[in-house]
Design a protein. Structure first.
Length: 351
């Protein structure tokens, strides 16, 4: 029948058009998702507005080291003492890599154990986390592994689809709580992990040599999951983490300052962030050695991190993270702060 033939042709035309629309729908959905990933968290009302120059100094702690000689940088000190090797590695591991040996290697282990022991005594649960994670975990933490000029290393997609190397232990611990509900009676959950971090730092011409900006390093990270009943739980946990950072850095007799970071320096997930910068005599400037961020429910909504109230209902948790010990920058601070003219004393103080 002519009607049947016409209807059949219309059906083919509709199917062809739908196939075209499905492609467009997929592209639009991906574009919408990519734009949504770039939406930042809200910011605390007391956070300074502007770029890095607007950072507010909260406090100075300790005294600057006084020298009766010109202080040297950590690379010169480390090479002279046989602690650090960074030159002539282009044929081995490329730029921004390094070796620690002898007391330098033992110093790294000592700093890791110092941070882990301090935090475990305060009720933190020690964890070992994967170095390789799926892209969804990075995105849930507020990072974009596939963005242009991303600092995230991605493995060969032909062999390991959607696997990336973590640049911080925060990603691994957040992945542990992903799609998980914690009982409200167990909150806040305080965890600490020591992991190797990988970052594809871009070559800006600054920090050409030294351990300040490298492609791989070990770091001890604090991560907390807390409730959202009063709206103040995560802010209190952030202050607790910063207090612990100050305790550890003061125990190492460093001079440092605490900064309340402005809006343009918060990154996507942080509601509020404090940076701690230690005085590094060899650089004749302050250098960042840690940060602490309150991410409220930004990460938990993306990663589906929940807690169960006493009535059985589920609520998105709040997450807080903080650096306990970034090994290379702590080595810089210790070597440059405690250097002396006497080689033996320098080695003793540094270790």
């Amino acid at each position: 029948l002519p009607e049947y033939t016409q209807a059949l042709q219309r059906g083919r035309d509709i199917r062809t058009r739908l196939n075209q629309l499905y492609l467009i729908d997929g592209e639009l959905d991906q574009e919408h998702y990519s734009r949504a990933l770039r939406l930042p968290n809200n910011t605390h009302p007391d956070v300074p507005i502007g770029d890095e120059s607007q950072a507010r100094v909260v406090e100075f702690i300790g005294q600057k080291a006084a020298f009766d000689f010109k202080p040297r940088g950590h690379v010169e000190l480390g090479e002279e003492l046989g602690l650090i090797r960074q030159r002539h590695l282009s044929h081995v591991s490329g730029h921004r890599s390094y070796y620690l040996r002898g007391a330098g290697a033992r110093l790294q282990t000592a700093l890791q154990n110092f941070a882990l022991d301090t935090l475990q005594q305060r009720g933190f649960i020690p964890m070992v986390v994967p170095d390789m994670m799926k892209g969804a975990v990075f995105e849930g933490c507020g990072m974009q592994p596939n963005a242009q000029r991303s600092q995230v290393y991605s493995l060969d997609p032909a062999r390991f689809p959607d696997l990336n190397l973590a640049g911080t232990g925060e990603v691994g611990v957040a992945g542990y709580f992903m799609d998980h509900a914690v009982n409200c009676n167990d909150l806040p959950v305080r965890t600490v992990c020591s992991s190797t971090c990988y970052r594809a730092e871009t070559d800006t011409g600054r920090e050409t040599w030294g351990l300040y900006r490298v492609h791989h390093f070990n770091k001890v990270e604090m991560f907390g999951v807390t409730a959202d009943e009063t709206g103040e739980e995560s802010s209190q946990l952030l202050e607790e983490f910063v207090s612990l950072q100050k305790e550890m850095f003061s125990a190492l007799e460093l001079h440092y300052r605490v900064l309340d970071m402005p809006t343009q320096e918060l990154g996507l997930p942080a509601y509020r962030k404090y940076d701690i910068e230690a005085w590094m005599p060899g650089r004749n400037s302050y250098g960042e050695i840690s940060s602490a961020s309150n991410c409220t429910d930004y990460q938990s909504r993306r990663l589906n991190i929940l807690y169960e109230r006493e009535d059985g209902s589920l609520q998105y948790a709040h997450t807080v993270n903080a650096t306990a010990c970034a090994i290379p920058r702590m080595i810089i601070s210790i070597l440059e702060t405690h250097q002396t003219k006497v080689r033996h004393n320098l080695l003793t103080l540094a270790f």
